[in-house]
Design a protein around this ligand. Structure first.
Ligand code: S3P
Length: 426
């Protein structure tokens, strides 16, 4: 599908965005290996989370989906069955990496694969620590999917993370549930901690002492009710739209504001953005609030260090905001962008370049000339949901109309993105 986005004059709206992708995946996974029923509300029904559901259904878990309400009939830590055939993770890096850790300690063998993008995303980052735990896991494609895993008893390890990655950390923590002894993961830079929070909520014993995360195996996990907050990664597109569009104000309700995820808000505030977080509360151990965003004159900043993992998925839309800011923005320490659903340094430079943006690629990020007026163009999503949505936000304030080809990939994380956008622009 092609999508045409026309410039807008102003936006004044109060909206909600779909549920958090990371938390939705985890609720299904952990619910499946917990004893009893897990009721999930606010579940993200995007393609990635549906891939997770289909993998667990294939392993014998009864899961009912009724819109954003999902019921998982968990069978306990040792209740999964050998799947009949391949587990297909689709486009989802979170699914393949997290369930690799979970499958390493089962009593059966299985094979995992996904789409063309998944087959280009590095899997050695999970193969290495899981192998140290004694797992029998191998790639049949030189470090990429397909993966073959034959479940085996695991041993505890102490592992220092070479890159900040919640997916790798979570794979190790899931394997640790099946390991003999206490597993320790050491993080220099904190990555999102939804696994630690939710596993503990289900009865696990995981402690984080200044980046030293210790998991002590427990006999069982127990099903719980999970309320998924709105995804800050999805809210970020509307935050940027509100900041960049003249005379605008957007309120986004019920957004997850876990500190390991709010780098994008901190970065925008440093640029001079008018964003207020109100009505802060806790839901299922996760902090939630409403964001009120007003049109702002932004100035350039230098982005690097430990804010990067706290906003890794929001960097594409941050680039769009930096193009409108006064001055030159530098993004450093962001090599991880190269191994996302697309190489997001290359794809963002290419697509925004078609709209007239001047961005220079560096080894670990980019240099963005601010104060640029963009023009409409025919662009390509590269089948990357966040590239498509970032280009759509850029298009709102460009001159002339922009076409995004293969635009329907937004269904991965934000199925109603275009409908919601079109309902608030004029
Ligand atoms: C995720 C972790 C991040 C993020 C991804 C979701 C998760 O990936 O980019 O969209 O749910 O754990 P990395 O762990 O590779 O940084």
């Amino acid at each position: 599908m092609d999508k045409v986005i026309r410039p807008t004059k102003r936006i004044n709206a109060k909206i909600t965005v779909p549920g958090d992708k990371s938390i939705s995946h985890r609720a299904v996974m952990f619910g499946s290996i917990a004893k009893g029923t897990t009721e999930i509300t606010g579940f993200l029904t995007g393609d990635d989370c549906m891939s997770t559901i289909s993998c667990f259904k294939k392993m014998g878990i009864d899961i009912q989906v009724d819109g954003e309400r999902v019921t998982v009939h968990g069978k306990g830590l040792h209740g999964l069955n050998a799947p009949d055939g391949l587990l297909d993770v689709g486009n989802s890096g979170t699914t393949i990496r997290l369930i690799s850790g979970l499958l390493a300690g089962q009593k059966f063998a299985c094979r995992l694969n996904g789409d063309a993008s998944i087959q280009k995303r590095p899997m050695n980052r999970v193969i290495k620590p899981l192998s140290l735990m004694g797992a029998n896991i191998k790639s049949t494609n030189d470090g990429y999917a397909p993966l073959e895993i034959t479940g085996t008893p695991l041993k505890a390890i102490e592992y220092k993370m070479p890159v900040a990655s919640a997916q790798v950390k979570s794979a190790i923590l899931l394997a640790s549930l099946y390991a003999h002894g206490d597993t320790v993961v050491i993080e220099d830079m904190p990555s999102r901690d939804h696994t630690e929070i939710m596993l503990n909520f289900f009865g696990a014993d995981i402690k984080n002492e200044n980046g030293r995360i210790t998991s002590h195996p427990v006999a069982e996990l127990y099903g719980k009710n999970i309320t998924v907050p709105a995804d800050i990664s999805s809210a970020a597109f509307f935050v940027a739209a509100g900041l960049l569009t003249p005379d605008s104000e957007i309120t986004i309700t019920n957004v997850g504001i876990n500190k390991t995820r709010t780098g994008i808000i901190d970065a925008f505030l440093e640029m001079g953005a008018d964003i207020k977080t109100v009505n802060e509360r806790l839901a299922g151990g996760e902090p939630v609030g409403d964001l009120i965003v007003k049109t702002s004159k932004l100035k350039a900043i230098t982005l690097g260090g430990d804010i990067i993992p706290r906003m890794i998925d929001e960097i594409p839309v941050f680039v769009v905001a930096a193009l409108a800011a006064e001055g030159t923005t530098v993004i450093k320490d962001a090599q991880e962008l190269k191994v996302k659903e697309s190489n997001r340094i290359a794809t963002m430079i290419e697509e925004l370049g078609k709209m007239g943006a001047k961005i220079t690629e560096t080894e670990d990020g980019m240099i963005i000339e601010g104060g640029q007026k963009l023009h409409g163009a025919v662009t390509y999503s590269h089948l990357d949901h966040r590239v498509a949505m970032s280009v759509a936000v850029a298009a709102l304030n460009a001159q002339g109309e922009t076409t995004i080809t293969d635009a329907d990939c937004v269904g991965i994380s934000f199925p109603n993105f275009y409908e919601l956008l079109e309902s608030i622009i004029n």
